[in-house]
Design a protein around this ligand. Structure first.
Ligand code: IZC
Ligand code: ZN
Length: 419
């Protein structure tokens, strides 16, 4: 039995070996399973051998039909996993840039009917084909930047019908294009006009959640837990119901207001991940560590909100929290598809080392969306999702920013993008 594909002679190969059972935390976030002169062999979409080039070649995997790619002088990593995005939408919000430059806060724009509600209008007015075409283009950009698995939230519909449409489109896109998509229901993204917070939360709990769970359209449920959007109490009610319906949980927690209790709620509920956490308290961070909640940090959002405020990643890692990284790709607070940019920002402003940042963008990110058995590391039996980066060493990845370091993207053993 020969491999279909052999990538060999990598200057450095990052495997992330050993964390498929549970995410890396503390000092383990630096253990990236580096192999010099590394090789990986893939057959029928799955990894069949990993090691040095000599080891893999000696394993008998290379036959006359095996396609071979040399990664000489380059760095090979698992495909990036982006575990927090709002990438399904129509329209854009560049008109809000001037407000942002003037210092108008994100939530003030929302309060005035813009922000999320503006994208709800443009999405709900668009046809299925328009939403899919615009989203596909962004997914293609993500793929070219090395993302091979991505979580996608609904939340620009805000009626049962429109939320179901978004989740159905995520499903369709997932089967039509290359990247694997993981669907999250986020009906509680903003309170639409005509509702009080309480009335809308009741609608989410009594009408949206049961139908969406019954249709099997989402794996996760997420809530924008933030004073002025959904309170801790409202968020808890929604999460408790979602859990009863066997949805896994995520929370947007402590993004904007200080010590609002989002992290504490996340720990109390035992969510899989708590996301943002810029303003999480020391108690909240300890609680996340104790409960094994993954912190999904979104430095591109901090950067784009331009408030010079970043999550306290070092305190989280010291406390034993597993950290993951995501783009938060959305038309308002993070209009980007770039995990390489996120890695740069994570090193400079979250003060992660390149090793920690890579762990956060691969295996820990896979854990944050329930995909660690399939992706996030280069290990035998996992999906053949591999990047060949056109860079000489690991430090170069966060160091040189603003251009694309990705040379080749392999998805399930197929070459799907090349620079
Ligand atoms: O469209 O502004 N933070 N939700 C919560 C978002 C950002 C997306 C948006
Ligand atoms: Zn978000």
């Amino acid at each position: 039995m020969y491999a279909d594909l052999l990538i060999h002679s990598a200057q450095m190969m990052v495997t992330m070996k050993g964390f498929s059972e549970g995410p890396a935390c503390g000092e383990d976030m630096s253990k990236i399973g580096l192999i010099e002169d590394g090789a990986v062999a893939i057959r029928e979409g799955k990894i069949v051998a990993v090691g040095t080039t000599v080891e893999v070649q000696a394993g008998g995997w290379v036959g006359p039909e095996t396609k071979q790619i040399s990664a000489k002088g380059k760095v090979v990593t698992p495909g990036f996993v982006d575990p927090h995005t709002h990438v399904l939408y129509a329209g854009s919000r560049e008109n809000e840039l001037s407000l942002k430059i003037k210092g108008v806060p994100y939530l003030e724009i929302l309060k005035q009917g813009g922000g999320i509600l503006s994208t709800v209008r443009s999405t709900n007015q668009a046809t299925d084909e328009e939403i899919k075409a615009q989203t596909s283009r962004r997914l293609q950009t993500m793929l070219s930047l090395g993302t091979t698995t991505v979580e996608v939230k609904s939340g620009y519909g805000l009626t049962l019908e429109d939320e179901m449409r978004s989740l159905r489109l995520i499903k369709e896109l997932g089967s039509e294009q290359v990247i694997d998509l993981v669907p999250t229901f986020m009906g509680a993204h903003a309170v639409p006009p005509g509702y009080t917070e309480e009335a809308f939360v009741n609608y989410v709990i009594e009408t949206m959640l049961p139908t969406i769970a019954a249709e099997g359209l989402a794996e996760f449920c997420d809530v924008f837990c933030e004073p002025g959007v959904f309170s801790v109490d409202s968020s808890e009610r929604i999460c408790v119901k979602a859990k009863q319906l066997n949805l896994k949980l995520k929370i947007h927690a402590d993004e904007l207001a200080s010590s609002a209790g989002g992290a504490e709620l996340a720990a109390k509920l035992g969510v899989i991940s708590a996301d943002h956490l810029l303003q999480a308290s020391d108690e909240g961070i300890s609680a996340l560590a104790k409960q094994g909640v993954i912190a999904v940090l979104l430095p591109a959002t901090s950067f784009n909100l331009a408030k010079n405020s970043y999550a306290r990643a070092r305190a989280m890692i010291s406390a034993g929290v597993s950290v993951a990284l995501a783009t938060d790709s959305n038309p308002g607070s993070s209009p980007t598809e770039s995990m390489p940019l996120v890695l740069t920002l994570a090193c400079l402003y979250l003060r992660l080392t390149p090793q920690e940042a890579l762990t956060a963008a691969t295996i820990n990110a896979a854990h944050a969306i329930g995909r660690a058995e399939q992706v996030g590391s280069l290990e035998v039996g996992k999906q053949g999702d591999v990047l060949i980066l056109d860079i000489p060493n690991l430090n170069y990845l966060p160091y040189h920013f603003g251009s694309n370091p990705v040379g080749t993207v392999i998805k399930r053993g197929n070459l799907v993008w090349q620079s």
